[in-house]
Structures are given as structure tokens and as C-alpha cells.
Write a protein of this length. Structure first.
Length: 485
């Protein structure tokens, strides 16, 4: 039934819900984090077509509502309240693979896991983030850090074109060949694109899985697979774990080294105890992975004897993200925060670990918080950044091969504030080496913390261009934006 306080519901030819103002917002809008949910939105609209998006924009203007588009419901910084039109893109699920052009065209509501599996089934891959539940569009709007950085660069660098609906209700197809303000919009969308328009569809480059020369999952399963080696250490072995992580900078193009602080998950022998996790993955043949100096070091008996656990598995390519499925659980106060780092010293990494131990010991409800570091070869990012297309995209610090990411997870609001303080203090320590080298701090716009903002996002010239593009395409702030001055 239409709410008499909302005008123009007859404009909507697609599914919509007008929530009861007294309803529980987290239950009504189950999403990754309950932070910034003040109450139910004014209306939830689920468009089936681009024209439905245009109608939703008209409806928002008629009722003086702010539009919050969402795909995978993982945008923890997005505010939800009674003046929000929640634009749920879940029905825009098409995925069309064009093998001749080596491109994939997909809708704005497609999730990472669905795209990953459908491409893999057809013998292809593209740059996607490491969570099946995250929306593909939301990921690429922030640049999109992935496990194939060393092979094809970030997600935004594989974007061919975007089909968008603007605040004025225009439907545009934009890409590197666009000109003027439309080209500027395309460039900003690739790296700092949240809150400018609705991205209804995307075309990305895809790459043959055969080009990776992956080994089969097993002698009985020919599925192309990723070599993965994981070691879990006690806190007493922090020196050995840190040294192993930093021994190869940068690692080979196909390799990712992941280092993390966390506490053992419930139901395991290490439940609640602080542990250190070191993982190497290799997007190439297993023999090559284990013959590489970085891979061989993870198999070295002198390192293994310091670990609580060490194992090597072949992960079928379609399942590459399954290992982090537990982190996709909805509810609680969760956020993610990041930094791009060029040089990382052992002493600073260990100092950050000490802070992690202290905050998770003091706040038991933060036991599922994790602090992770991605070490990859940034040469492809740098290479693409020298091209005319790459120069325009809003990705900075292309030569920085470390990516830190804090998964801040708790149940109490006061703990949330303490975790933000912890991350800021730990990140300041981690960035000391870059500061000594004269490098400005940089974060990753696709990973927004509890209190989003512009700090450390871009240089002043690009921030000024971001403001100009925001004024041109979202001047009356119809769309909520995290990047406002």
C-alpha cells in the first residue's frame, strides 16, 4: 500500500517496499554491517531496467530523498535513515560473455562469486576482489584490489565501458573514447566513483584461464587450480613470520603473499587465541610456484617447525574465494579500512601487531577483528598507468606493492570507536617508512571505514577534479557521496 506521505508511487513499475517506520532496520535491510543504520529508509526500490532507475530518480526528487544505490550490501559506510531511497540493484543480474571480443557485460547487481564462477565455467577470468558476496560494481568503483594484480592490474584497469544513469535521468554509455565531461565522469568512476550516479551495467576485459597454465586440482579433477600454501604461527614466532613475509619484495607476478593478525575462530582448538597467518597463492603451475624462491621459502623446514600448522592445497579456480566465506556474515558493527604502502619494515609491522593484541585483549567483542597485509608485484599497475587510458583513471600510488586491510568487527558501538582509533594509530606506524621516503599516505577508496572521508585519498589536483566532477554530475547531492569536501 502506498504511503500517503510519499508522492508519485505510480511512477514505479518495478518492485518496491515502503517500510514500517517502527520496523527493525537491520532485519529489514540485512547487510554486512549494522553501522550507520539509524532506521528504515523511506522506500526500497528494486529496479528491473534502466528505465526503472530513471523512474526512481524522479521519485526521489519528488519526495526530497537521497539515493543510496547498493549491489552486494557490503558498503558499511552507507547511511540508512528515513530520508533515504534505498536503490537495491539485485534484479540487474545479467551476465553476457563475448568470447570473440574477450569481454563480459554484466548488470549493476551482479555479485563477485557469480561472475567468477560463470567466467570460469567458460574458461575465462577477470580481475575481481576476494569476496564472493561483494557487488562487482561497488568493488571496481573503488579501484578493485585483487589477487591478479600482478597479472592484469586492478579491476578498474580492466573496465572497457560503463552504462550509467545520471542524477538528471540521462542514460549514458561512457568509456575511454568519451570526451569532455563524460570522459571525466568515466575516469573518476574508475577509482573514486561512489556517489556520482547509478552504474547499471559494466563491460570488462576477460582473459583465458589457459593463459595462466594452472595445474589441475588433482589427478582425478582437471579443474584449473591455484597453488595455496598456508602456515599458522603462535605469537612467539612473530619474528620468523614477519621475516618470511617480507623476504621477497616484490614477489613474482603470479604470486600473492598474505600476512595477517587475527584470533582463532570459535569451535577450533585456537579459539580466541591470537595467531599469525601467512599464505602464499600462485596463479600459475604448481611446479613453478614451488620452484620459485618465495614458494620454496614457505616450504622450508626451518620455517615449518616454528608453525602450529602448515598445509598446501590446490584450490579449484571457481572456489578461490571460498576460504573467506565466514567474513561475509551479516550483522554486527563491521567496517574495513585500508592503506597503500610502498615500504614496510619488520619493526613497524611488529609494532602494529602489538597494538592489535592490546585492543583485542581489552575488548573481547572485537575477537573477530583481523588485520591483513597483501604483498604483490605492482609492475602491471605501473605499466598500465603509463598508457593514455591508465593515466586518466583515479588510481594513485601504482608503484606501492603493499596493501593493508583492517576488518574491524565488534558488537558494541564503543568498541567500534576503539577499533577505529587502533587502526589509525597502527596505520600511522606502518606508514613511517613511506613518510621518511617523502611519500604521502594513501588509502584505498573502495575500502571505507566507519567514518569515511577524503583523508589520504588523492593528491590535491585530483581532489579538485573530483569536486568538479561531483558538482557537474551530482551537484544537488541527489546521491549520497563519501567524498564531499
Amino acid at each position: 500500500m502506498a504511503d500517503p506521505k510519499l508522492n508519485g508511487t505510480n511512477l514505479l513499475a518495478c518492485p518496491f517496499t515502503i517500510p514500517d517506520p517502527s520496523a527493525s532496520a537491520p532485519e529489514l535491510l540485512s547487510r554486512w554491517s549494522d553501522s550507520f543504520i539509524e532506521g528504515p529508509p523511506a522506500i526500497i526500490i528494486s529496479p528491473n531496467t534502466e528505465q526503472d532507475v530513471v523512474s526512481a530518480i524522479k521519485f526521489a526528487r519528488l519526495n526530497n530523498l537521497t539515493i543510496v544505490p547498493t549491489g552486494g550490501r557490503h558498503g558499511s559506510a552507507l547511511p540508512i535513515h528515513s530520508k533515504v531511497l534505498y536503490l537495491d540493484l539485485k534484479n540487474l543480474q545479467s551476465i553476457i560473455i563475448d568470447k570473440q571480443k574477450e569481454q563480459v557485460h554484466f548488470g549493476g547487481g551482479v555479485l563477485t562469486g557469480d561472475l567468477l564462477r560463470q567466467l570460469s565455467d567458460q574458461g575465462y577470468f577477470t580481475a575481481v576482489v576476494n569476496s564472493n558476496a561483494v557487488g562487482v560494481v561497488g568493488s571496481l568503483l573503488g579501484g578493485g584490489n585483487t589477487s591478479v594484480n600482478g597479472i592484469v592490474s586492478w579491476m578498474a584497469d580492466s573496465v572497457v565501458s560503463l552504462r550509467v544513469v545520471t542524477a538528471a535521468g540521462e542514460i549514458l554509455q561512457i568509456g575511454p573514447s568519451s570526451t569532455g565531461d563524460e570522459l571525466a565522469l568515466f575516469n573518476v568512476l574508475n577509482g573514486a566513483g561512489h556517489g556520482l550516479c547509478v552504474v547499471a551495467a559494466v563491460t570488462m576485459r576477460i582473459y583465458p584461464l589457459s593463459s595462466l597454465n594452472l595445474s589441475p586440482a588433482s589427478k582425478d579433477d582437471a579443474t584449473p587450480s591455484i597453488w595455496s600454501r598456508t602456515l599458522i604461527f603462535p605469537t612467539t614466532a612473530v619474528d620468523a613470520a614477519v621475516d618470511a613475509f617480507l623476504a621477497f619484495v616484490p614477489p613474482p607476478d603470479p604470486m600473492n603473499l598474505i600476512f595477517g593478525f587475527t584470533r582463532g575462530p570459535p569451535g577450533t582448538p585456537l579459539a580466541g587465541k591470537p595467531i599469525i597467518v601467512l599464505t602464499g597463492t600462485y596463479y600459475g603451475p604448481t611446479s613453478e610456484a614451488e620452484a620459485s624462491p618465495a614458494g620454496a621459502s614457505l616450504l622450508n623446514p626451518s620455517l615449518v617447525e616454528k608453525a602450529l600448522m602448515a598445509n598446501t592445497v590446490q584450490v579449484p579456480f571457481p572456489n578461490v574465494n571460498n576460504g573467506v566465506e565466514a567474513m561475509n556474515a551479516h550483522g554486527g558493527h563491521k567496517s574495513m579500512a585500508s592503506a597503500r604502502i610502498a615500504r614496510l619494515s619488520p619493526q613497524n609491522l611488529k609494532a602494529a601487531f602489538a597494538k592489535f593484541l592490546a585492543v583485542t585483549e581489552r575488548y573481547p567483542d572485537a575477537a573477530r577483528t583481523a588485520f591483513m597485509f597483501h604483498n604483490f608485484n605492482p609492475s602491471k599497475l605501473v605499466q598500465f598507468g603509463t598508457t593514455p587510458e591508465g593515466k586518466g583513471k583515479f588510481i594513485e600510488g601504482r608503484d606501492r606493492g603493499f596493501f593493508s586491510i583492517g576488518v574491524l568487527w565488534c558488537t558494541e558501538p564503543e568498541t567500534r570507536d576503539a577499533l577505529v582509533e587502533f587502526f589509525d594509530e597502527a596505520t600511522a606506524i606502518l606508514q613511517k617508512d613511506d613518510e621518511q621516503d617523502g611519500l604521502p599516505p594513501r588509502t584505498h577508496s573502495g575500502v571505507m571505514r566507519f567514518l569515511p572521508g577524503r583523508r589520504d585519498l588523492l593528491d590535491e589536483e585530483r581532489l579538485a577534479e573530483l569536486d568538479r566532477v561531483q558538482k557537474r554530475w551530482n551537484g544537488d547531492e541527489l546521491f549520497w557521496s563519501p567524498y564531499k569536501a
